[in-house]
Ligand binder design. Sequence first.
Ligand SMILES: [Zn+2]
Length: 273
Amino acid sequence: MDSLNRVQIKKGMWTKCKECSSILYTESLKNNFYICEKCNYHMRISAKERIREIIDKDTFKEMFKEIKTKNVLNFVGYDEKIRVAKIKSSSDEVVTVGVGSINGISVALGVMDSNFIMGSMGTAVGERITRLVEYASYNKLPLILFTASGGARMQEGILSLMQMAKISAAIGRYKEKGGLYISVLTDPTTGGVTASFAMQGDIIISEPGALIGFAGKKVIENTIKEELPKNLQTAEFLLERGQIDHIVNRKELKEFLFNILDINEGMHYESGC
Ligand SMILES: [Zn+2]
Protein backbone atom coordinates (compact mmCIF):
# COMPACT_ATOMS: atom_id res chain seq x y z
CA MET A 1 0.00 0.00 0.00
CA ASP A 2 1.22 3.47 -0.80
CA SER A 3 2.28 5.21 2.41
CA LEU A 4 0.20 8.23 1.43
CA ASN A 5 -2.96 6.15 1.66
CA ARG A 6 -2.38 5.15 5.27
CA VAL A 7 -3.34 8.54 6.68
CA GLN A 8 -6.78 9.60 5.59
CA ILE A 9 -7.41 13.32 5.96
CA LYS A 10 -11.09 14.16 6.09
CA LYS A 11 -12.19 16.71 3.50
CA GLY A 12 -12.58 20.14 5.04
CA MET A 13 -10.57 19.29 8.15
CA TRP A 14 -8.10 22.10 7.44
CA THR A 15 -8.70 25.62 6.11
CA LYS A 16 -6.11 27.93 4.60
CA CYS A 17 -6.19 31.59 5.62
CA LYS A 18 -6.41 33.76 2.51
CA GLU A 19 -4.56 36.58 4.21
CA CYS A 20 -1.52 34.94 5.86
CA SER A 21 -1.68 31.44 4.26
CA SER A 22 -1.67 29.71 7.68
CA ILE A 23 -3.21 26.25 7.68
CA LEU A 24 -5.88 26.18 10.39
CA TYR A 25 -7.81 23.30 11.94
CA THR A 26 -11.38 23.93 10.76
CA GLU A 27 -13.01 22.92 14.05
CA SER A 28 -10.80 25.38 16.00
CA LEU A 29 -11.52 28.03 13.37
CA LYS A 30 -15.27 27.53 13.86
CA ASN A 31 -14.86 27.87 17.63
CA ASN A 32 -12.93 31.08 16.98
CA PHE A 33 -15.82 32.66 14.99
CA TYR A 34 -13.97 31.96 11.69
CA ILE A 35 -11.27 34.48 12.59
CA CYS A 36 -7.68 33.48 11.76
CA GLU A 37 -5.87 33.04 15.08
CA LYS A 38 -2.57 34.04 13.45
CA CYS A 39 -3.49 37.31 11.69
CA ASN A 40 -7.05 38.24 12.86
CA TYR A 41 -8.40 37.93 9.31
CA HIS A 42 -12.21 37.75 9.46
CA MET A 43 -13.30 35.11 6.97
CA ARG A 44 -16.57 35.38 5.09
CA ILE A 45 -19.30 33.38 6.79
CA SER A 46 -22.73 32.12 5.80
CA ALA A 47 -26.01 33.63 6.98
CA LYS A 48 -26.64 30.50 9.07
CA GLU A 49 -23.28 30.85 10.83
CA ARG A 50 -23.90 34.56 11.45
CA ILE A 51 -27.27 33.87 13.01
CA ARG A 52 -25.71 31.14 15.17
CA GLU A 53 -23.10 33.61 16.44
CA ILE A 54 -25.38 36.60 17.04
CA ILE A 55 -28.83 35.33 17.97
CA ASP A 56 -29.72 33.50 21.19
CA LYS A 57 -30.04 29.76 20.65
CA ASP A 58 -33.40 28.57 19.26
CA THR A 59 -34.92 32.08 19.16
CA PHE A 60 -34.58 32.86 15.44
CA LYS A 61 -37.76 32.65 13.39
CA GLU A 62 -37.20 33.08 9.68
CA MET A 63 -39.77 35.17 7.80
CA PHE A 64 -40.83 35.91 4.22
CA LYS A 65 -39.18 32.74 2.91
CA GLU A 66 -42.06 32.44 0.44
CA ILE A 67 -40.61 35.35 -1.56
CA LYS A 68 -38.50 33.65 -4.18
CA THR A 69 -36.30 34.76 -7.04
CA LYS A 70 -37.91 34.68 -10.49
CA ASN A 71 -36.26 35.01 -13.87
CA VAL A 72 -38.69 37.70 -14.99
CA LEU A 73 -36.51 38.96 -17.85
CA ASN A 74 -35.82 35.40 -19.10
CA PHE A 75 -32.11 36.12 -18.78
CA VAL A 76 -30.16 33.28 -20.38
CA GLY A 77 -28.45 31.04 -17.82
CA TYR A 78 -29.98 32.78 -14.77
CA ASP A 79 -32.12 29.80 -13.67
CA GLU A 80 -29.05 27.57 -13.69
CA LYS A 81 -27.04 30.19 -11.76
CA ILE A 82 -29.70 30.29 -9.05
CA ARG A 83 -29.79 26.49 -8.87
CA VAL A 84 -26.01 26.30 -8.36
CA ALA A 85 -26.02 29.18 -5.85
CA LYS A 86 -28.60 27.37 -3.72
CA ILE A 87 -26.35 24.32 -3.50
CA LYS A 88 -23.17 26.34 -2.91
CA SER A 89 -24.62 28.51 -0.14
CA SER A 90 -27.14 26.05 1.39
CA SER A 91 -29.53 28.97 1.26
CA ASP A 92 -32.42 29.91 -1.05
CA GLU A 93 -31.43 33.57 -1.52
CA VAL A 94 -28.78 36.17 -0.63
CA VAL A 95 -30.69 37.41 2.37
CA THR A 96 -32.23 35.62 5.32
CA VAL A 97 -34.63 37.72 7.39
CA GLY A 98 -36.57 37.14 10.58
CA VAL A 99 -36.86 37.91 14.26
CA GLY A 100 -34.76 36.67 17.15
CA SER A 101 -33.24 37.70 20.47
CA ILE A 102 -29.87 39.14 21.43
CA ASN A 103 -29.31 38.40 25.12
CA GLY A 104 -33.09 38.49 25.54
CA ILE A 105 -33.83 41.64 23.50
CA SER A 106 -36.02 41.03 20.42
CA VAL A 107 -34.73 42.35 17.09
CA ALA A 108 -35.66 42.25 13.42
CA LEU A 109 -32.62 40.81 11.66
CA GLY A 110 -31.51 40.54 8.04
CA VAL A 111 -28.29 38.76 7.06
CA MET A 112 -26.78 38.80 3.58
CA ASP A 113 -24.57 35.97 2.36
CA SER A 114 -21.91 36.62 -0.29
CA ASN A 115 -21.79 32.90 -1.16
CA PHE A 116 -25.06 33.33 -3.09
CA ILE A 117 -24.26 34.96 -6.49
CA MET A 118 -21.75 37.28 -4.73
CA GLY A 119 -24.47 38.69 -2.49
CA SER A 120 -26.08 40.47 -5.42
CA MET A 121 -29.33 42.32 -4.81
CA GLY A 122 -32.32 41.26 -6.88
CA THR A 123 -36.06 41.72 -6.43
CA ALA A 124 -36.46 38.90 -3.88
CA VAL A 125 -33.66 40.39 -1.74
CA GLY A 126 -35.26 43.85 -1.93
CA GLU A 127 -38.73 42.57 -1.11
CA ARG A 128 -37.60 40.45 1.84
CA ILE A 129 -35.63 43.35 3.38
CA THR A 130 -38.44 45.86 2.77
CA ARG A 131 -41.00 43.59 4.43
CA LEU A 132 -38.63 43.07 7.36
CA VAL A 133 -38.22 46.84 7.79
CA GLU A 134 -42.01 47.30 7.65
CA TYR A 135 -42.49 44.47 10.15
CA ALA A 136 -39.94 46.13 12.49
CA SER A 137 -41.73 49.44 12.08
CA TYR A 138 -45.18 47.99 12.84
CA ASN A 139 -43.93 45.98 15.82
CA LYS A 140 -41.55 48.67 17.16
CA LEU A 141 -38.52 46.42 16.96
CA PRO A 142 -34.88 47.51 16.53
CA LEU A 143 -33.56 46.62 13.09
CA ILE A 144 -30.14 45.09 12.38
CA LEU A 145 -28.92 44.40 8.84
CA PHE A 146 -25.66 42.56 8.11
CA THR A 147 -24.60 43.56 4.62
CA ALA A 148 -22.43 41.56 2.20
CA SER A 149 -22.82 42.27 -1.47
CA GLY A 150 -21.11 42.59 -4.81
CA GLY A 151 -23.82 45.04 -5.89
CA ALA A 152 -26.96 44.87 -8.00
CA ARG A 153 -27.96 41.65 -9.79
CA MET A 154 -27.43 42.29 -13.47
CA GLN A 155 -29.71 39.41 -14.52
CA GLU A 156 -32.67 41.43 -13.19
CA GLY A 157 -31.71 44.69 -14.89
CA ILE A 158 -33.46 47.88 -13.78
CA LEU A 159 -35.71 45.90 -11.41
CA SER A 160 -32.62 45.21 -9.34
CA LEU A 161 -31.63 48.88 -9.16
CA MET A 162 -35.15 49.81 -8.07
CA GLN A 163 -34.63 47.84 -4.85
CA MET A 164 -32.18 50.51 -3.64
CA ALA A 165 -34.88 53.17 -3.57
CA LYS A 166 -37.53 50.80 -2.24
CA ILE A 167 -35.48 49.66 0.77
CA SER A 168 -34.15 53.17 1.46
CA ALA A 169 -37.68 54.60 1.48
CA ALA A 170 -38.89 51.88 3.87
CA ILE A 171 -35.96 52.63 6.21
CA GLY A 172 -36.76 56.35 5.98
CA ARG A 173 -40.36 55.68 7.11
CA TYR A 174 -39.10 53.35 9.87
CA LYS A 175 -36.76 56.05 11.20
CA GLU A 176 -39.47 58.72 11.09
CA LYS A 177 -41.39 56.54 13.52
CA GLY A 178 -38.37 56.49 15.85
CA GLY A 179 -36.98 53.07 14.97
CA LEU A 180 -33.33 52.23 15.65
CA TYR A 181 -31.43 50.86 12.66
CA ILE A 182 -27.97 49.34 13.14
CA SER A 183 -26.08 48.53 9.97
CA VAL A 184 -23.21 46.03 10.19
CA LEU A 185 -20.95 46.06 7.13
CA THR A 186 -19.12 42.83 6.41
CA ASP A 187 -16.67 41.84 3.71
CA PRO A 188 -17.53 42.74 0.94
CA THR A 189 -20.15 45.51 0.97
CA THR A 190 -20.09 47.21 -2.41
CA GLY A 191 -22.18 48.65 -5.26
CA GLY A 192 -25.87 49.44 -4.88
CA VAL A 193 -26.03 48.09 -1.33
CA THR A 194 -23.35 50.57 -0.18
CA ALA A 195 -25.09 53.31 -2.16
CA SER A 196 -28.34 52.70 -0.28
CA PHE A 197 -29.30 50.94 2.94
CA ALA A 198 -25.81 49.89 4.12
CA MET A 199 -24.92 53.52 4.83
CA GLN A 200 -28.31 54.55 6.26
CA GLY A 201 -27.74 53.06 9.73
CA ASP A 202 -28.24 55.27 12.78
CA ILE A 203 -25.14 53.41 13.89
CA ILE A 204 -22.83 51.92 11.27
CA ILE A 205 -20.46 49.19 12.41
CA SER A 206 -17.99 47.18 10.40
CA GLU A 207 -15.86 44.11 10.87
CA PRO A 208 -12.06 44.61 10.67
CA GLY A 209 -10.57 44.66 7.19
CA ALA A 210 -13.92 44.58 5.38
CA LEU A 211 -13.97 45.85 1.80
CA ILE A 212 -16.51 48.67 1.58
CA GLY A 213 -16.98 50.76 -1.52
CA PHE A 214 -19.15 51.62 -4.48
CA ALA A 215 -17.24 51.15 -7.73
CA GLY A 216 -14.13 48.97 -7.94
CA LYS A 217 -10.76 50.61 -7.24
CA LYS A 218 -9.45 49.99 -10.77
CA VAL A 219 -12.59 51.54 -12.29
CA ILE A 220 -12.04 54.72 -10.24
CA GLU A 221 -8.32 54.86 -11.09
CA ASN A 222 -9.05 54.48 -14.80
CA THR A 223 -11.73 57.16 -14.61
CA ILE A 224 -9.83 59.83 -12.70
CA LYS A 225 -6.36 58.80 -13.98
CA GLU A 226 -4.86 58.86 -10.51
CA GLU A 227 -3.35 56.25 -8.23
CA LEU A 228 -5.43 55.73 -5.11
CA PRO A 229 -4.27 54.92 -1.54
CA LYS A 230 -3.61 51.22 -0.90
CA ASN A 231 -6.07 50.91 1.98
CA LEU A 232 -8.86 52.76 0.15
CA GLN A 233 -12.26 51.09 0.57
CA THR A 234 -11.35 49.32 3.80
CA ALA A 235 -13.33 49.66 7.02
CA GLU A 236 -10.27 51.27 8.66
CA PHE A 237 -10.00 53.93 5.92
CA LEU A 238 -13.68 54.80 6.27
CA LEU A 239 -13.48 54.96 10.07
CA GLU A 240 -10.62 57.48 9.89
CA ARG A 241 -12.83 59.69 7.70
CA GLY A 242 -15.95 59.39 9.83
CA GLN A 243 -18.01 57.41 7.34
CA ILE A 244 -18.57 54.57 9.78
CA ASP A 245 -18.88 54.70 13.56
CA HIS A 246 -16.96 51.72 14.84
CA ILE A 247 -14.98 48.62 13.90
CA VAL A 248 -15.82 45.63 16.06
CA ASN A 249 -14.08 42.28 16.28
CA ARG A 250 -16.52 39.48 15.47
CA LYS A 251 -15.95 37.86 18.87
CA GLU A 252 -17.22 41.01 20.62
CA LEU A 253 -19.99 41.83 18.17
CA LYS A 254 -22.94 40.23 19.98
CA GLU A 255 -22.09 42.01 23.25
CA PHE A 256 -21.50 45.30 21.38
CA LEU A 257 -24.92 45.07 19.70
CA PHE A 258 -26.56 44.12 22.99
CA ASN A 259 -25.12 47.20 24.72
CA ILE A 260 -26.62 49.50 22.05
CA LEU A 261 -29.97 47.69 22.21
CA ASP A 262 -29.97 47.88 26.00
CA ILE A 263 -29.34 51.67 25.99
CA ASN A 264 -32.07 52.06 23.34
CA GLU A 265 -34.57 50.11 25.46
CA GLY A 266 -33.68 52.25 28.50
CA MET A 267 -34.31 55.46 26.53
CA HIS A 268 -37.72 54.23 25.36
CA TYR A 269 -38.59 53.16 28.90
CA GLU A 270 -37.66 56.60 30.27
CA SER A 271 -39.64 58.44 27.59
CA GLY A 272 -42.62 56.15 28.12
CA CYS A 273 -42.67 54.90 24.49
ZN1 LIG B 1 -4.38 34.52 8.74
